[in-house]
Design a protein around this ligand. Structure first.
Ligand SMILES: Nc1ncnc2c1ncn2[C@@H]1O[C@H](COP(=O)(O)OP(=O)(O)OP(=O)(O)O)[C@@H](O)[C@H]1O
Length: 318
């Protein structure tokens, strides 16, 4: 069922510049979580810190009873094998074809024979729909295919935790929809815990089980999807509505004068959009962490925005 990742009081700065402080959250085992936040708030830094590429100033990352930042380098190297990471650009080696890119971690980290490697690479390329593209160079395929090749490589060592850094960046809405479906299908098939950093509101609303929002150097909120999607916090409403009105400014947080001027001019935050149904696996089976729509809201006495949990009209007709 994947592994739980428990982050406690994590703080990171570069020199005297703080990125975020006192971040605490638990990624539930086997579930999909999404991390949102304005540009530059340190979401990529958070992923790199989780996987041990950056050291936090303070705090703990507990995985299977081990606190990652406290581990000596040799043990950290072992724990890193639990992770698969899909970097923003796929991070493929430009001079290697897709097959060799996907085979790379197996050749680097295991003693498998080439025959064994061929079976695994074939299986992962099939999972992401890239069978037949083995001999292409990264420069010869589309951005969407590069993402999928990067995903095949991230999965090749059977990771327990998969981190996705903006998997939808640079993709058109249709390719994003395919990739989102692939993520939900993979989560159903694999024993892994997923964390996705994204700016795509539709992805954030339909793909995860849990959502977090980093804002102004802190984790503003983290919890079940319905908690965030029904939240009345101004920063959440502004983000989910993709609005200029609200506490988030162009380059930083708006100050009190700016917010007062906004209120005086009659500009208001829009109402929350309805909570959509979650994306289901394409085989019609249940999600790994399936929950009844509206259960969290009902259990917490929260009224979801009107129109929530309905299928879009065109799906009602199908
Ligand atoms: N190695 C580094 N050394 C110094 N500063 C860094 C380093 N890596 C990131 N930063 C700084 O940390 C801050 C957070 O960067 P990060 O890329 O994590 O933001 P982000 O939330 O992922 O942004 P975006 O949504 O635009 O991708 C930025 O100000 C960035 O310049």
């Amino acid at each position: 069922m994947g592994v739980e990742v428990r982050v406690e009081g994590l703080t990171k700065s570069f020199g005297r510049t703080p990125v975020w402080s006192d971040v605490s959250l638990t990624l539930p085992a086997g579930e999909i979580s999404v991390l949102l936040g304005p540009s530059g708030t340190g979401k990529s830094v958070f992923l790199k810190t989780l996987v041990g590429l950056l050291r936090p100033d303070r705090g703990s990352i507990w995985i299977e009873g081990r606190d990652l930042p406290a581990l000596p380098e040799r043990e950290l190297y072992e724990v890193r094998k639990l992770f698969g990471v899909l970097f923003q650009d796929g991070a493929l080696f430009g001079s290697m074809d897709i097959y060799d890119n996907v085979a790379f971690p197996l050749r680097e980290h295991t003693r498998m024979t080439e025959a064994q490697i061929r079976v695994i690479v074939g299986e992962k390329l099939d999972m992401v729909g890239l069978t037949g593209a083995e001999r292409k160079l990264p420069g010869e395929i589309s951005g969407g295919m590069r993402k999928r090749a990067g995903l095949a490589r991230a999965l090749v060592l059977d990771p327990q935790i998969v981190l996705f850094d903006e998997p939808d960046s640079g993709l058109d809405p249709v390719r994003t929809a395919y990739l989102n479906q692939l993520i939900v299908d993979l989560n159903q098939q694999l024993d892994a815990t997923f964390l996705i950093v994204t700016h795509d509101i539709n992805t954030a609303r339909t793909v995860p089980d849990n959502i977090g929002l980093i804002y102004h150097g802190h984790l503003a909120m983290f919890g079940p999807r319905e908690m965030l999607l029904s939240s009345t916090e101004p920063v959440v409403r502004q983000f989910l509505n993709a609005q200029r009105v609200g506490p988030i400014g162009m380059s930083e947080e708006k100050d009190a004068d700016e917010l007062a001027a906004e209120a005086a001019s009659g500009q208001r935050l829009a109402a929350l959009p309805p909570i959509p149904v979650q994306l289901r696996p394409s085989d019609g089976g249940p999600r790994r962490a399936e929950r009844e729509p509206g259960r969290w809201c009902a259990a917490h006495g929260v009224n979801p925005p009107p129109g929530s949990f309905r299928l879009p009209a065109y799906e009602d007709r199908a």
